[in-house]
Design a protein around this ligand. Structure first.
Ligand code: UT7
Length: 319
């Protein structure tokens, strides 16, 4: 039986750091409000002209180095992003070109903050079916360009960055189980409605959000999907060595962990340093925990996310 396994991780953060104190000079907010309501202390901001594909390339190169896989061996590229370089072609095709390869399948995945879980699950399916052998899965986001920097209720929450994993066929299971869900009836709660029409932007090009609605929904579905995924794999929550949740708000992360009876010592958090990097947040956190040695062979890792749509999902990994 063919399984898929993650064999290398990588990440990239733009050089510029925007602290809460910097934001105090831009909008009517305080470091104390942002820290206490979100856990965020700072976030990274892409440079002018730096594109999602540039950040994806840097993260991908790290994942390739970590796995020993050469660009020419990659036969599937999936890029999860809500902030593509352009309307089309896909950021995945632009990344493929920057990697100097041709011929692999390449497409973008649009599931907002759940994009990486959706992309990882899709790559797992392709690899397990035998269709592709080696997949590059990337989350890359430049939310700083979607934010209204006069809106204190949203501009303090997000940051830019990218994370990547390389996956390949394996005799031993790496991805144990994945579950994806969506509820489109709630698409207006968190959205950026702008689109291009006849040379003009129609709708609102900035992100808008009913924060407390997202908060309550997130804790509910993240708890449910974690149970579904772990119990469905005949494991107990106590078998989980590391929980890597989407990094939107430390209070969402703490509430979910509490409901799951997972101690915070087993939860990887980066929201303080990165803010919410949407589809990039999980692969960024994963890469950091792999590189600092917390994640070790044979451990069970639960990745889970929720985002606009709503979309949500979880993936259980044996490392
Ligand atoms: O990736 C998935 C998408 N996003 C999320 O998961 C985010 C989910 N939601 C949240 O993280 C939280 O709901 C927020 C951090 C967005 C807001 O926290 P909250 O505890 O739900 O606060 P709130 O929306 O109830 O607002 C409380 C107050 C309001 O003032 P009044 O009406 O009580 O006077 C806001 O105007 O805080 C005010 N406020 C701020 N004050 C200082 C909102 N933003 C700020 C700010 N600085 N930046």
């Amino acid at each position: 039986m063919i399984h898929s396994k993650i064999i290398g991780t990588g990440s990239y953060l733009p050089k510029k750091i925007l602290t809460n104190h910097d934001l105090e000079l831009m909008v009517d907010t305080t470091d104390d409000w942002i820290r206490s309501r979100t856990g965020i202390v700072q976030r990274h901001i892409a440079a002018d002209g730096e594109m999602a594909s540039d950040m994806a390339l840097n993260a991908s190169r790290e994942a390739m180095d970590a796995s020993g896989i050469k660009a020419g061996e990659i036969d599937l590229i999936i890029v999860a992003t809500t902030t593509p370089d352009m309307i089309f072609p896909s950021t995945a095709c632009i990344l493929q070109n920057k990697l100097g390869i041709k011929g692999s399948a390449a497409f973008d995945m649009q599931a907002v903050c759940s994009g990486f879980i959706y992309a990882l699950t899709t790559a797992d399916m392709f690899i397990r079916s035998g269709k592709y052998r080696t997949a590059l899965v990337v989350g890359t986001e430049i939310y700083s360009r979607l934010l209204d920097w006069n809106d204190r209720s949203t501009c303090v929450l997000f940051g830019d960055g990218a994370g990547a994993v390389l996956m390949t066929q394996s005799n031993q299971p790496g991805i144990l189980s994945s579950h994806l869900r969506a509820d489109g009836s709630q698409h207006k709660v968190l959205s950026a409605t702008g689109s291009s029409c006849g040379g003009k932007v129609q709708g609102n090009p900035f992100l808008t959000m009913e924060g407390s609605v997202v908060f309550k929904f997130a804790v509910k579905v993240l708890t449910e999907i974690a149970h579904e995924t772990v119990i469905g794999s005949n494991l107990q929550m106590s078998d989980i060595d590391w929980l890597i949740p989407h990094q939107a708000n430390i209070r969402i992360i703490q509430s979910t962990a509490k409901k799951l009876d997972i101690p915070m010592e087993k939860v990887i958090t980066t929201v303080d340093k990165h803010g919410n990097t949407s589809a990039a947040s999980i692969p960024l956190a994963l890469d950091i925990a792999v590189r600092d040695g917390r994640i070790k062979q044979d451990q069970h890792i639960l990745l889970e996310s929720v985002g606009a749509g709503f979309t949500w999902g979880a993936t259980l990994v044996r490392w």
